[in-house]
Ligand binder design. Structure first.
Ligand code: SF4
Length: 373
């Protein structure tokens, strides 16, 4: 594994230690956020470190007295991390409007966390039409104002443009790396790429951008070893916190060539046109980026993207990896599967709860699926 990947891996494995250390060195704010719809550019322009909360594999003890057992493991484990004092480095949290579970978590978080601030960002759910843009711009302006009040920072339009340019660079580099994986999946292992993307959601974004540029150049040179004869798989789902999953797919004779994950290509999608008025440009990015199932922009948009991904990646099949009890993804599944079936694309659905407890079961199903392709 190369030096740059190792650095991302260290952050992905212990993001809490990274954030604690960053805060100590910089004496600046660390802001937790839950979803790829959180407007990170505004947080970065405030001089803060946006910190993606993805939960952990700690045993759930404290969170159970607040949440039903049928909340998803992201919600339960993040609450456990909070109540157990593991997120003591956070100054505040930003909750974008996503699914019902996250919305209700916001209320419990506000009542149980003793952080300096707590902000809800209620973005539109329906992303089509002129009114969605007007609304999105108003939400972003309000968020800027609220963040200025709670952090004491001045978030000028120049700072927003500069922050957007950092994210543009970061997302472009990530997209280039995903593209390299699509054409030559042997150039970077699935678990390594997951670590890189997770690292980008936590690390100082200026440092991450420099590292990504080095990584991109380096993997473009790598040999395409070990790809021949492997079944090409596209992963689809929400949050993926499980590097082992890629190793299992690889040991079963498959290789992940692309993904529609919120810890994958959905995070890297789209850019901000900094030549335009900045709030309108930011709104356009959040309205036009690859959509997640908690938003709406046409009945078939997500299915069309998935089919296109399979075609472009010359994939043999799709593995849906869902967190158990995740309603938005579960509601989407029947129509996504029907669209894949209509195109003759085989798929399998696997539900995960917590940190990959039933590895053996996944391995067996994965081997059977890959054999069938
Ligand atoms: S969208 Fe699904 S995975 Fe994400 S928080 Fe909501 S229920 Fe959990």
């Amino acid at each position: 594994m190369n030096r740059v990947v190792k650095m991302f891996q260290a952050v992905a494995e212990d993001p809490e230690a990274y954030a604690r250390d960053w805060k100590e060195k910089t004496n600046r704010h660390v802001i937790g956020y839950f979803c790829s719809y959180a407007p990170e550019e505004v947080m970065l322009a405030a001089g803060a470190l946006p910190y993606r909360l993805t939960g952990s594999d700690r045993q759930i003890r404290l969170a159970d007295s607040h949440l039903q057992a049928y909340s998803c493991s992201l919600v339960r484990s993040a609450m456990e991390d909070l109540l157990g004092g593991h997120l003591d480095f956070l100054d505040g949290t930003v909750f974008p409007h996503t699914c019902d579970s996250i919305q209700r978590l916001s209320d419990m978080w506000r009542m149980n966390a003793s952080l300096t601030f707590h902000l809800d960002v209620v973005m539109p759910v329906k992303l089509e039409g002129a009114s969605a843009k007007t609304y999105m711009v108003a939400v972003l302006k309000r968020f800027r104002k609220e963040l200025e009040t709670v952090t004491g920072a001045c978030i000028s339009e120049e700072k927003l443009i500069a922050a957007s340019e950092v994210y543009n660079g970061l997302r472009t580099a990530l997209r280039d790396i995903y593209k390299l994986r699509r054409t030559a999946p042997g150039s970077i292992g699935g678990s390594d790429l997951l670590a890189v993307t997770k690292g980008c959601m936590v690390m100082d974004r200026y440092d991450a951008l420099g590292l990504l540029t080095d990584l991109k150049n380096e993997i473009a040179e790598r040999k395409r070893a070990g790809e021949a004869g492997r079944k090409r798989i596209v992963l689809a789902g929400g949050l993926c916190n499980m590097p082992d999953l890629f190793d299992i797919i690889e040991s079963a004779g498959g290789v992940v060539v692309d993904d529609d994950l919120c810890t994958g290509t959905r995070y890297a999608d789209g850019g901000v046109d900094t030549g335009k008025e900045i709030f309108g440009a930011l709104a356009d990015r959040y309205l036009e980026r690859a959509i997640c199932p908690a938003k709406h922009a046409g009945l078939y948009k997500r299915g069309e993207r998935l089919v296109q991904m399979v075609r472009e990646g010359r994939a043999d099949g799709v593995a849906f990896i869902y967190l158990k009890f995740c309603d938005p993804h579960a509601f989407d599944y029947p129509y996504l599967k029907a669209m894949l079936d209509a195109e003759g694309i085989p798929s399998m659905l696997y539900e995960i709860e917590g940190a990959f407890p039933s590895e053996g079961q996944f391995q067996t199903r994965c081997e059977a699926f890959i054999e069938m392709l």
